[in-house]
Structures are given as C-alpha cells and as structure tokens.
Design a protein around this ligand. Structure first.
Ligand code: AMP
Length: 280
C-alpha cells in the first residue's frame, strides 16, 4: 500500500496505476477505522481496479472544537487494517495540503437540507463536509465513491453536492455495520466504556420495534412510544427521533409513506452521540 501525503504524489501515483479504461474507487474517512469502514473498502475493491482511501480529520466540519480535539486517532492500527484489506493508496494529507493559504470555502445552497437534524445541532457541519469532499473529488477524480448509510443525512448532502457541481462520479451507499447487540459501529464509540457499549444496543432495538409498530399503530402513537422508551433508558438523552421522507428529509403529516421513509435518531448516551437510522 502506498502512503502519500501530498496532492502531487497522489496524482502521480494515480496516473501511474490507472489507464483510460480502469476504474478508480475512493473511500474518504476520518480514521479511527472499524469494520464499518472496512466494509466500504471491501465493496470498493470488488468494484474498481484501484482503491484509494483517505484519512483526514477535517477541521471545517467541526463546529465544536472540543469534539475535534477529542476525535479518536489510531493511525498505526488504521494502517495495519488498510494493508490487510488490500487498499492500493492511502492518502494522508496535512491540513495545509487540503486548505492552502489561498483556499476560500464555498457557501453551498443545499435548499435547507443542511439546516435540519445534524445540521441544526451542528451549524456549518455540512458545509464543511461539502467543502472537503469537493477538494477530494477534484484531487482524486474517482469513478466510484463510497459512503455509509450510517450518516444518512450526509449521503443526501453528497448527492446534492455532486448534482450542484455536475461531477462525473458515481455515489455508492453501503449498509450500516453493527455490533452484535445492534449498536451502529462508529469511531466515537471508542469513548464508551465496555459496559456502556454492551448496553448501547437499546437504540437499535427501539428503532426496530418502532418500524414494526408502524404496521399496527398510528404513526404518532408509535413515535411517542419509542421516544418514551429512549427517555426512560439509563444515561440516554434524546436529541431527535423522527420519521421523514428519505429523499429530502421532509416531514409527514399524519401518514408515512412506506418505502419512501427513514427513521432518523440521535441520542446522547453517556456523553457520546449515537447516530442511527433505519429505512421503512
Ligand atoms: P468517518 O470516518 O466517520 O467520516 O466515516 C467514513 C465513512 O464510513 C462514512 O461514509 C461513514 O458513513 C462510513 N461509516 C461509518 N460508520 C459506518 C458503519 N457502522 N457502517 C457502514 N459505514 C460506516
């Protein structure tokens, strides 16, 4: 696996490895890798000739500087995992490589998609995500890019970004990898103690029950029941739990549309934010 730090080295290596017919797949990450990230890499490898993975903790997407400082860093273990999974190129840029002195962030218009749910709780977050991805897409010029459904709202933002910029690339969304207890894998879960992690499966269980309840209960009653369960769970503070249109995150009034909905949840559990979602 090539480990490259500069845009110049990366472009040179890509030119060397690729010919006009070969497909380049790209998996952007912030490191502290787990099996969820590796599932994206495996899919990327199976669908492309060259797989590029980036590890870059993007300061622009952290509205809370403490969260940025506390973000887990496990670079040596990450490199081991990436070598094992057969990645061709690891791109590990410094911040000044991605944001040179003359860099000016773009203010994207996502038509409100960036100001609800995660965007409401983390102002500026999605604009930061979009800016770093714009840079990466221009540098790597991938044919395929891979994202996790785990960050559902982010997948919609990326689709919009690609549409706004008319980029010639294909976005692939990969299913959520979970622990045995149902907890969606996340780099931030490493901040949970072993006991808290073992108990954190409650959120997924409540989401599955809510999805099942929608078949028999009134939509608002089912939602209230699930919210109450979360609020009654130990050490859990509900940030949001909503059932919305999976294409634009708009609300439903009284009845949800099956096959067009997603349940979105964020819960602060033992001071770690658990994000999860389930398609309905
Ligand atoms: P991150 O390093 O958190 O920026 O994540 C990099 C990519 O991995 C994003 O596209 C995430 O949605 C995806 N990802 C994170 N956790 C999971 C998971 N549990 N299952 C599948 N993909 C995931």
């Amino acid at each position: 696996m090539l480990q490259l730090k500069t845009v110049k080295e990366l472009k040179k290596a890509i030119n060397y490895l690729q010919n006009s017919n070969s497909k380049l797949g790209f998996v952007p990450t912030m490191g502290a890798l787990h099996s969820g990230h590796i599932s994206l890499i495996e899919r990327c490898k199976s669908e492309n000739d060259t797989t590029v993975c980036s590890i870059f903790i993007n300061p622009l997407q952290f509205n809370d500087k403490n969260d940025l400082i506390k973000y887990p860093k496990t670079i040596e273990k990450d490199i081991e995992m990436l070598v094992k999974s057969g990645v061709d190129i690891l791109f590990l840029p410094d911040a000044n490589e991605i944001y040179p002195e003359n860099f000016k962030p773009v203010n994207f218009d996502f038509n409100g998609l960036d100001s609800v749910f995660e965007g409401n709780l983390r102002p500026g977050h999605f604009n930061g995500v979009a800016n770093v991805l714009k840079r990466f897409f221009e540098i790597v010029e991938p044919y395929n890019v891979y994202f996790g459904q785990k960050d559902f709202q982010q997948t919609l933002i990326v689709k919009k970004l690609v549409e706004i910029m008319s980029l010639p690339l294909k976005i692939n969304i990969c299913e959520i990898k979970r622990e045995e207890n149902g907890l969606a894998m996340s780099s931030r879960n490493s901040r949970l103690s072993a006991d808290d992690k073992a108990n954190a499966g409650f959120l997924f269980q409540i989401l599955v029950e809510l999805k099942n309840d929608l078949a028999t209960l009134d939509f608002n009653d089912a939602l209230i029941k699930a919210k109450t369960k979360i609020n009654n769970s130990n050490n859990a503070n509900l940030e949001y739990l909503e059932i919305v249109n999976r294409n634009d995150l708009s609300s439903f009034k009284n009845e949800i549309k099956i096959n067009e909905s997603v349940i979105l949840a964020a819960v602060n559990y033992c001071n770690v934010r658990l994000l999860d979602n389930i398609l309905v």
